[in-house]
Design a protein around this ligand. Structure first.
Ligand code: ADP
Length: 499
């Protein structure tokens, strides 16, 4: 803002000058004047400068207003000039306006008051222009400094303007050169943009070619804008080559690792398969010598009983007991291996019938343990395999009556629950329970939480259960707390009964 307004008053008529000064003093609280009445004064004022506005008469003895206007605009192009004249000649007015005159006021008594607002408007216009050009300079500096390419193009791809960073990205010098090459596929980009919902805006990662033929990756952000009724594409282009390369390297690493992991997994699963096959064949091969041991120890025990001393007899009995344990182990292992290999047909299975079969197989254990088994009928039809299910339920029920504290009579409850399309079958016992951290492990072969003396077993029962359920596309789990009993569940698809 100007503090004290300095005005040149160029008029030969002293009273006119006085009138102008009076009007201006009314409008501007801080204003100073330099009165020019001859060529010498004018030359001096031009050479020393320091004025903010000029009010000049057209008719002067020593020159005319047009000459004054041209001289001032030649030295001080932005300085507002108001012409004040008694002659209402339109031609002069037009010529003066073309030479940069800011306003034109007729020298009539009631028109003097128009001079201050004319100066104010001209000064305001000047200030707005100065601000705009300052802003433009700042914006331009910013555009020149940012590392991101900025451009505006026509929808046909012709670039209208770009910042230096944009040209640098492509290694080119000028807009003209840029327009000779089809740097961005803007035509394609425009076609896509118009189909997007407003604000039409898209972001793409694109591979672009520099002027020397090398390539780089760019993040291209484009927006379709309408400026004064004309469609233009405004865009940003950021070089993301480094990030892209890192991504490619990382991606390659991930793929390599995945391939390595897959190879390890394959090796592991084939090693597992080898192991299971080995267990199966060895259990098969062990059968014959084991039978021989069992057979001969039986013969010795039955036929030659009297001829052994008590120690030898005890040894012989131990051989028989251990041979039987080995037999159970081999049977379990074979069952497990068979389950893994066999073709399992899935059919509709009546859970009630399967349960009855399993309970029949366990009749002796149930009697021995004085166990109570409660079955909540009805049990539904499920999709599974009858033989596998009999084995699964037998193993679960045998554990339920086995793993109880010595002074507790086993109480087992069995029921089924519908969960969407699945049946969840529960076996609940009042046994010793399983600590939560071991609940996943017990389904792996040979995992036992107790010594052989406490609770006999091979540690394969639940492995058979899990494998069997998996082969029937079902799921298995346990809910338990140490000393609080256990609830084993298995889930299989329900077969809807046709009515
Ligand atoms: P086994 O019964 O031959 O020991 P399993 O594979 O059937 O082997 O069971 C593995 C282990 O899981 C058992 O040794 C026992 O520690 C635990 N377990 C299984 N069922 C129960 C149950 N109902 N209650 C408590 N512990 C159980």
């Amino acid at each position: 803002m100007i503090q004290t307004l300095q005005v040149l008053i160029i008029d030969d008529n002293r009273s006119d000058r006085a009138l102008i000064i009076r009007e201006l003093q009314r409008e501007f609280p801080q204003v100073e004047f330099t009165e020019i009445i001859n060529a010498g004064d004018f030359e001096l004022a031009i050479s020393s400068g320091g004025f903010d506005a000029v009010v000049t008469d057209y008719q002067l003895r020593w020159t005319n207003g047009l000459e004054i206007l041209r001289t001032i605009k030649a030295y001080y192009p932005r300085c507002p000039v108001i012409m004040f004249t008694g002659t209402g000649n339109e031609e002069i007015a037009v010529e003066a306006l073309q030479s940069g005159l800011d306003d034109y006021v007729l020298k009539q008594s009631n028109r003097y008051i128009r001079i201050p607002p004319a100066i104010r408007i001209a000064l305001n216009r000047l200030e707005t222009q100065q601000r705009a050009s300052l802003l433009e300079i700042r914006l331009q500096t910013l555009l020149n400094q940012v590392k991101v390419g900025i451009f505006r193009s026509r929808p046909d791809g012709t670039l209208i303007e770009t910042n230096p960073a944009f040209l640098e990205l492509f290694g080119i010098k000028s807009l003209g050169q840029a327009n000779e090459m089809n740097l961005l596929d803007t035509q394609n980009c425009y076609a896509r943009l118009v189909h997007l919902p407003p604000p039409q805006h898209q972001e793409r990662e694109v591979q672009l070619t520099r002027s020397d033929g090398t390539q780089f990756w760019g993040l291209l952000t484009t927006t379709l804008n309408i400026i004064e009724g004309i469609s233009v594409i405004d865009g940003l282009l950021e070089d993301i080559t480094e990030r892209k390369q890192t991504e490619i390297i990382l991606e390659a690493r991930v793929q390599k690792r995945t391939a390595q992991l897959n190879a390890v997994n394959q090796e592991l699963s084939s090693a597992n398969q080898d192991l299971e096959e080995f267990a199966y064949s060895i259990s098969h091969d062990l059968r014959a010598p084991l039978r021989a041991i069992q057979g001969f120890s039986q013969i010795l025990l039955e036929d030659l009983d009297g001829s052994f001393d008590s120690t030898s007899l005890e040894y012989l009995q131990r051989i028989a007991v251990n041979a039987e344990k080995l037999d159970t182990l081999i049977t379990d292992l074979s069952a497990y291996s068979r389950l893994r290999q066999a073709d399992i047909q899935l059919e509709s299975v009546n859970l009630s019938l399967v349960l009855t079969e399993a309970l029949t197989l366990l009749e002796l254990d149930i009697l021995e343990q004085q166990a109570q088994i409660q079955v909540d009928e009805p049990l539904p039809l499920v999709r599974g395999n009858r033989l596998v299910l009999v084995q699964v339920l037998t193993n679960l029920l045998s554990n339920a009556v086995k793993f109880v504290a010595s002074d507790v009579l086993p109480q087992v409850r069995v029921w089924a629950e519908q969960r969407g399309q699945q049946t969840r079958f529960w076996i609940e016992d009042n046994g010793i329970g399983i600590p939560s951290e071991r609940q996943q492990q017990i389904f792996s072969p040979f995992t036992r939480l107790h010594g052989e003396e406490e609770y006999p077993g091979t540690g394969i029962g639940l492995a058979i259960v899990r494998k069997g359920v998996e082969r029937m596309n079902g799921e298995i789990g346990v809910v338990s707390q140490l000393g609080q009993g256990s609830r084993f569940w298995l889930e299989l698809p329900t077969v809807m009964e046709q009515s």
